[in-house]
Design a protein around this ligand. Structure first.
Ligand code: ZN
Ligand code: ZN
Length: 734
């Protein structure tokens, strides 16, 4: 029997695939796996992907429907891409149809026709002086004129202008209307590689790292590049990328958050020019699709992006880099809950290319893989330019009066640093003015009506604002409970520290960096430019300060509070705290001056904090790994979390108890069950939440149980009364 049926993956929360006859007038042979088809589904239509052609179906032939249309003559996804998606769906026990769909850019999930790959290219068409004169009073048009001047007769493609942060909307249109800029269509691009600029000289450790990976480019190998902040990891990435490009292959570079890595992007753009494409959230649907297509066809061979990039069918992959591999934003926290870092390793193995995980503070999982010989360790211990590592000290604030959360010794050090014309940074990982507003008369606090959490006081915008569900209300003038005008902020956030420091050091430029201060597009860059331009300056901010940016003139870092991570119910909290503290500390003293880091704490004797401060991250990680081993926590065990939520507290609990009972009666059950218990935040966005944790020493014990569970849940009646999700390798239990 010929394979004349199509087995199609459809975006639906169902584990199975769906069989169809080929569309009218089209042979099954023409519908290659990896091509999209439009099919009837339920009462409507959906776009799906042909996974394979089969000879027979479980559905009787008379009841099979025909697909409506074949949408792609050439498959969009290769067999290897489909196999990778199958692997990911099986590993995370997530419906394959949703996984395959997530691998396509949004536009191709909705629209039949792929966009043509040609795109507009802009070129200056009047002499330099005339152009500059005409835009003298229009700064954004001027920016465009300047960059197009540099591009010369080649001009610049729209996506490249956009990737580099230029406004391709109104300003570009005005330039065309004034006749200053002309537009033509790009010819097909060759994808040929011409390096734009030479690399920097490498030190011995960087050379060793580059050589080790270069020697392994012919097959799969995993490397952990552990480089202290400022040790030049980016230059290692760049030189390896250059080698891979010269071989005619492509490089995938995964980063936690595009907006936080402008300097990394800029360096790749400088070195590789138009070969680089950046997939970021600022792209429109069409631009995203074009970038996806160009990477798939090998027209852009250096592709930068966040976690979903790991599914991009990048042509001829030669190297995958995961920068800041410890960052938890590589784990998708809703829907298809995959870890892009872990999948990057799988993808590299399947593609037969190396994967390089980079971090100043590697995850305990990756360090464990090094201990077990699965990853090779490449250390970078020297800071560029011979800069000395910062000196880190704990400030015991148990008996200290605090002003806006700041102790007298920290304030004294800040004054000394600023007097010397140097820059200082105050780190507090809470935005807003204060985490709680409270009434001293009756004890009312600013509870969120929908979550087991408090609404944060934002004084500038006069709002009480829940950071978990987004609910907001105006700050009341008097207590909503007792009517007394006795409301007081409790605790500190960035706004309050900023206010206080502005009063204390009125003559020093003060810059706040957090999500509120940088909400407007491009304003982070503007804020950072101000820091780089001034001599003495004071920075106040959240973890945005700790990620990606370099502040060469900062010589003092004050950490307002390190204690949040020490006694959390989450066993990963100390690891996160240590990573954050080290990332923040790494911002100081990168020039010729050594930096100083002062960490305020009420628990200066805490052993892990002591180890971190006295002996550094590596010693901390070793101690933390020993604790994990003793407690049988990951990476010494493997976990999956079944979450359930509903509008009432009863159903999630009942459902999870039923599931636990069902699991316990399975034969040869070697999986431990913890719970069900209410989630740490038992109510969120008005929904009651509970979970059941499954844990096993070995993956092969856990995964067959998860497969059976997945099938059980698809049929189980109790599952319909709740919203449930299965999270394999959870990084968070909140
Ligand atoms: Zn009151
Ligand atoms: Zn809330």
């Amino acid at each position: 029997m010929p394979d004349d049926l199509l087995r199609v993956a459809l975006p639906a929360p169902l584990p199975q695939l769906f069989d169809y006859l080929p569309p009218p007038g089209v042979t099954a042979a023409a519908c290659e796996p990896g091509s999209r088809v439009r099919v009837p589904f339920g009462r409507g239509q959906r776009i799906g992907v042909v996974m394979q052609r089969v000879a027979c179906s479980e559905v009787p032939h008379s009841r099979l429907k025909a697909a409506i249309a074949l949408l792609d003559e050439q498959p969009l996804l290769r067999e290897a891409d489909l196999a990778f998606q199958r692997w990911a769906a099986a590993y995370y026990h997530h419906p394959l149809g949703e996984v395959v769909s997530a691998a396509l850019p949004l536009r191709l999930r909705k629209q039949d026709q792929p966009l043509p790959l040609r795109e507009p290219v802009y070129c200056l068409q009047v002499p330099e002086e005339q152009a500059l004169r005409a835009v003298a009073r229009a700064p954004r048009q001027r920016e465009l004129v300047v960059v197009l001047l540099r591009a010369g007769a080649d001009g610049m493609a729209r996506t490249h202008l956009r990737d580099r942060g230029f406004d391709v909307g109104l300003p570009l249109k005005r330039l065309q209307e004034k006749g200053l800029v002309g537009v033509r269509e790009s010819q097909s691009v060759s994808g040929a590689f011409v390096p734009r600029s030479a690399g920097h000289a490498l030190n011995a450790e960087q050379t060793a790292a580059v050589d080790a990976v270069r020697a392994a480019l012919d097959g799969y190998a995993a490397f952990l590049l552990e480089g202290v902040t400022g040790s030049g990891k980016t230059e290692v990435y760049l030189q390896l990328a250059e080698t891979v490009l010269q071989q005619g292959r492509s490089v995938m570079l995964l980063v936690p958050e595009i907006s936080l890595t402008p300097q990394l992007q800029e360096r790749f753009a400088q070195r590789f020019g138009d070969m680089v494409s950046v997939l970021h959230s600022g792209l429109g649907e069409g631009e995203r699709e074009l970038a996806w297509q160009r990477a798939r066809l090998g027209l852009n061979r250096v592709v930068l992006g966040t976690r979903s990039l790991v599914f991009n069918p990048v042509a001829n992959l030669g190297l995958i880099v995961v920068d800041e591999e410890h960052d938890t934003s590589f784990k998708q926290q809703e829907g298809f809950r995959y870890s892009a870092r872990d999948l990057a390793v799988v993808r590299a193995r399947r593609a037969g290319c190396p994967v390089l995980l980079g971090s100043a503070t590697p995850s305990l999982e990756s360090l464990r893989n090094v201990q077990q010989g699965r990853y090779r360790h490449l250390p970078l211990t020297q800071r560029a330019g011979g800069a000395r590592p910062p000196v880190i000290d704990l400030l015991d604030v148990r008996d200290q009066p605090l002003l806006a959360g700041l102790s007298a010794p920290l304030l004294k050090e800040l004054a000394r640093t600023l007097d010397a014309g140097e820059q200082a940074m105050v780190f507090i990982n809470r935005r807003g003015y204060a985490p709680v507003l409270a009434c001293y008369s009756c004890g009312w606090v600013s509870d969120c009506p929908r979550c087991d959490a408090r609404q944060t006081l934002h004084r500038a915008s006069k709002l009480l604002w829940c950071h978990h569900c987004g609910s907001q209300r105006r700050v009341p003038a008097v207590c909503p409970e007792c009517g007394e005008a006795d409301l007081h902020p409790l605790g500190q956030g960035t706004e309050q520290v900023e206010d206080f420091l502005a009063g204390r050091f009125p003559e020093v430029p003060l810059i706040r960096v957090d999500r509120d201060a940088t909400a407007r597009k491009g304003s982070l860059d503007r804020l950072l430019a101000r820091v780089h331009d001034s001599a003495g300056a004071l920075l106040v901010g959240t973890q945005m300060l700790a990620k990606g940016h370099h502040f060469p003139r900062v010589t003092l870092v004050g950490v307002v509070d390190a204690d949040g991570g020490l006694f959390s119910a989450d066993f990963r909290a100390t690891e996160r705290m240590a990573q954050l503290l080290m990332q923040v500390a790494g911002r100081s003293g990168r020039g010729e001056r050594p930096g100083k880091v002062l960490i305020q704490t009420r628990y200066p004797e805490h052993p892990l904090l002591q180890t971190l401060v006295r002996e550094g991250y590596a010693a901390f990680a070793e101690a933390a790994l020993r604790e994990r081993a003793e407690a049988h926590y990951p990476p010494f065990a493997h976990q999956a979390l079944l979450r359930a939520e509903a509008n009432r507290p009863g159903p999630p609990d009942e459902f999870l108890h039923q599931v636990a009972d069902w699991l316990r009666q399975l034969p040869d059950m070697q999986v431990e069950l913890w719970g069900p218990v209410p989630a740490p935040m038992a109510r969120r966005v008005g929904r009651h939440r509970a979970h059941l944790l499954l844990q096993a020493e070995q993956r092969p014990q856990l995964h067959p149980v998860l497969s059976r569970l997945q099938h059980h849940l698809a049929q189980c009646k109790g599952a319909r009364k709740v919203r449930w999700s299965l999270d394999v390798d959870p990084v968070d239990t909140y």
